[in-house]
Ligand binder design. Structure first.
Ligand code: AQP
Length: 354
């Protein structure tokens, strides 16, 4: 049990159109957590630089993610919404964490291996160091909880490793400056400066799969647009993509054990369950034994019903980029105050002039 003030932080990269996976796995959880927690939500534009977007793609993409946050129901007045590059403390703390994290830890990151591909020598240093910047995003606010999809689990473990090593390496300095917060580590109560942040990965939508390959994650940067549903897709696009989604010739099974060897069927049922906020068993109770020619139109109708109000609101917001920029600027001002407080203490702990 930690005695840090509960605080939720999460971020989304402006690396393309948001997908149904991003929405169900992350943004919908961000919205729900607002009722119970103090929340900070960030468009992580510095992270997006690791995949070399054009300047226009980066600027438009940042506004589009911010519009998706607002259109989905995130309240930028009660909570904080901003883009990462406006708060320089993220990059500053990331440098300190680059000096805490070990090469071996980063070498094990599966996302780096996937994104760097075979030509690792040619990958940017930024792509390699991405998880240290992510740890800085979270720990600049000493956030206790991070809602994410399943693919981010390993990065959250690394964030905890960095926090723990910092707390250990500087334990006497933290104590000497009176900056320690009591926290439970295993059976022991110790003093630490950074919390060991908990990932919030639960529910039916932690890993939505590609519509073209049920073994691959749905991703905004997948070269095939047919692999994903974008939040801004029209009703026709959504219906077409679900109609063309890869399946098999069998009808839907009567129970979830019938998904063995049928990842595409399971993914579509999972998407239905997540959108309807029910379980896969309940969906199979209604559709078990039915062919995809019956299930797919029902899924398309449900997806359109849930997503089109968000798409409409996103379009309305995107027509006024000045408003989005002002929301991000005012969120950044409030975020900076909190992040600077952390940075002043971190500098004192490590011996840099504050
Ligand atoms: N398919 C998914 N199912 C559930 N959750 C998902 N997330 C991503 N894909 C799925 C969650 O969305 C949040 C934002 O992700 P991100 O933009 O920071 O980067 P990502 O995880 O790398 O997402 P993408 O869509 O795959 O982006 P690209 O293609 O740019 O790499 C995270 O919480 C993530 O877990």
């Amino acid at each position: 049990m930690s005695s840090f003030e509960p605080l939720v932080f999460s971020g989304v990269q402006p690396t393309g159109n948001l997908t149904l996976g991003n929405y169900l796995g992350a943004i919908r959880k961000f919205v729900a957590l607002q009722d119970t927690h103090d929340c900070i939500y960030c468009v992580v534009d510095l992270h997006a630089l690791t995949v070399n977007p054009s300047p226009k793609e980066l600027t438009d993409g940042t506004r589009s993610i911010a519009a998706a946050f607002l259109a989905s129901g995130i309240d930028p007045v009660k909570h904080i919404v901003f883009n990462q590059s406006r708060v320089h403390q993220h990059a500053e703390l990331a440098w300190i964490f680059n000096c805490v994290a070990r090469m071996g830890w980063l070498n094990r990151m599966t996302q780096f291996k996937e994104k760097a591909g075979k030509d690792r020598e040619n990958a940017s240093v930024g792509l390699f160091a991405y998880p240290a910047l992510m740890a800085a995003d979270i720990l600049a606010y000493r956030a206790t909880h991070v809602p994410v999809g399943d693919d981010q689990k390993q990065h959250l473990e690394l964030t905890r490793d960095i926090a723990q090593k910092f707390n250990n390496d500087y334990s006497s300095d933290i104590a000497g400056l009176g900056l320690g917060v009591p926290m439970q580590v295993g059976d022991e109560t110790v003093q630490g400066f950074f919390p060991l942040t908990e990932p919030l990965i639960e529910g039916p939508a932690t890993r939505i799969m590609s519509l073209r390959d049920g073994t691959k994650k749905m991703s905004k940067s997948d070269p095939s647009d047919l692999s994903r549903i974008n939040l801004t897709d029209t009703a026709d696009d959504i219906a077409k993509k679900i109609r063309k989604a890869k399946t098999d010739p069998e009808p839907l099974p009567g129970g979830t054990d019938g998904f063995e060897g049928r990842p595409e069927a399971e993914n579509l049922v999972n998407i239905y369950a997540a959108l309807a906020e029910t379980t896969k068993d309940a969906v199979l109770g209604d559709f078990g034994g039915q062919p995809f020619s019956v299930f797919k139109p029902a899924l398309a109708e449900l997806a359109v019903e849930k997503l089109s109000p968000i798409a409409d609101e996103m379009r309305r917001l995107m027509a006024d980029p000045g408003h989005i920029d002002s929301v991000l600027a005012s969120g950044a001002e409030r975020a900076s105050v909190r992040a600077e407080k952390t940075m002043v203490d971190v500098k004192r702990i490590v011996g840099l002039s504050a």
